[in-house]
Design a binder for this molecule. Structure first.
Ligand code: SF4
Length: 220
């Protein structure tokens, strides 16, 4: 029981979906993508995190970059920036390493901690994929923020896991319907990588300058 491989959606879409369903639909349904500074810089950071040269093994820590993951239960697939395997009696066997190892996902983000739970949900979804693939239980992982150079530990609580399950289900429902939600302006629009594609459709009555001035005013 579960989703077929051809039905899998991109796991990283969870962060887009929780930020703005329209943004998710533009990217994942309509294949739109704006290569502005935020996304390009973020891509570079992920490229570095996936760099094979970063594979290391140090004592009780084995670090794997760019591991492909999937979950038939959630219907999601993607790639982990980094999975740190730590020696742990509750861990799993690795074919080329003695002992037992527990995976600990680490996701790299360009900016800083967000007010919503989108980054935490993406990381938790990665952990849930790893649990399903490797038959283990993962209690926590970490988000690394490039702007603040801060590593934040995330505990995979029942509430966070429920948010992931709910979001994955809603993503599939919207994908099946195949319709892009209407514009719903929010504060995050000014930082959205797709506002150049999305907002002009919205601004039939107000100019972009008026809209941005209004939004920036609210943020200052
Ligand atoms: S500009 Fe605003 S409404 Fe449009 S996709 Fe971005 S966040 Fe969503």
């Amino acid at each position: 029981m579960g989703y077929k491989e051809e039905e899998y959606l991109q796991l990283s879409g969870i962060q887009h979906f929780l930020f703005c369903r329209r943004q998710w639909a533009l990217i994942h349904l309509e294949q739109q993508w704006a290569e502005n500074y935020r996304t390009t810089d973020g891509e570079l950071m992920h490229k570095n995190a996936h760099d094979d040269r970063k594979r290391t093994s140090r004592g009780e820590l084995f670090v794997l970059s760019g591991m492909h993951i999937h979950s038939p239960r959630l219907g999601l697939s993607g790639t982990c920036d980094v999975v740190e395997f730590r020696q742990n009696k509750n861990g799993i066997l690795l074919h080329d390493k003695p002992g037992l190892w527990l995976p600990y996902p680490v996701e790299y983000k360009r900016g800083r901690t967000k007010p919503d739970a989108s980054d935490e949900a993406q990381l938790c979804a990665e952990a849930m994929c790893l649990e399903e693939m490797l038959c283990c239980e993962i209690a926590e992982g970490a988000l690394y923020y490039g702007e603040t150079r801060h590593r934040q530990v995330v505990t995979f609580t029942p509430e966070l896991r429920a948010l992931v399950e709910r979001t994955a289900e809603e993503m599939h429902q919207l994908y099946r319907r195949g319709c892009t939600p209407r514009v719903r302006p929010q504060k995050g629009c000014q930082a959205c990588s797709l506002n150049g594609l999305c907002l002009p459709k919205l601004l039939k009555k107000r100019s972009v300058a008026e809209y941005m001035s209004h939004e920036l005013g609210e943020w200052s």
